[in-house]
Design a protein around this ligand. Sequence first.
Ligand SMILES: C[S@@+](CC[C@H](N)C(=O)[O-])C[C@H]1O[C@@H](n2cnc3c(N)ncnc32)[C@H](O)[C@@H]1O
Length: 228
Amino acid sequence: MNDNLTPFMNPAAVASYGEETPKKVPGLADLHRMTALLLAEREPGPAHMLVVGAGGGLELKFMAQARPNWRFTGVDPSPAMLDLARQTTSPFADRIALLAGTVDQAPSGPFNGATCLLTLHFLDRNERLHTLKEIHRRLKPGSVLVIAHHTSPSGDPERWLARSAAFASHSGTDRETAETAAKAMADRLPLLSPAAEEELLREANFVEPALFYAAFSFRGWVAIAGQS
Ligand SMILES: C[S@@+](CC[C@H](N)C(=O)[O-])C[C@H]1O[C@@H](n2cnc3c(N)ncnc32)[C@H](O)[C@@H]1O
């Protein structure tokens, strides 16, 4: 287990996830709305969506509420985060299957679309590429993938991480504290530049990667599953 992921294994640490995360990620509610809209452009009707890193259940809850004719399979290796997702999405349990594991444990589909939100920044380049390729393998050609997570934006990446850290701090953070937090994130997380993120999507056979979300160090892309 990657050390960055240890907190997600601790039930006490994840207890406040659902409440705290929307306060820490700029525009998270709108990120969920945009994600559902981008997926729905391709699949306005009944569809089966794959949600990778589904722990906590925040995007699942939003999408299940917004799209009553979609069903979902969510995978996450953290039992504590999956339990939280189960609670968060309980009103929609008849349309949501939650499985313990990474994308490797997801059924072969084919799915009509996929998301991987706030997750890929924890994975090193090899594991990300593997994850993206395995998502691709489970998607119908032409279907949509939406991803969003921390990146290392060009032009002073640590300044952008410091802004994200300051945003995430409720009590308000002085510049020095935010810069220390940013340095710790930069040292700890295997962040990629936006150009490298797009290159990785292409390497996993996704086409037309398009940036749709930018918030301090966070970036989100929509891409189309190319033919195998
Ligand atoms: C910050 S949470 C994001 C959860 C949710 N997608 C959201 O947006 O609120 C990151 C999640 O990624 C999960 N995770 C860690 N490694 C993973 C992997 N290799 N594949 C899928 N999910 C993973 C963690 O267990 C954790 O639940």
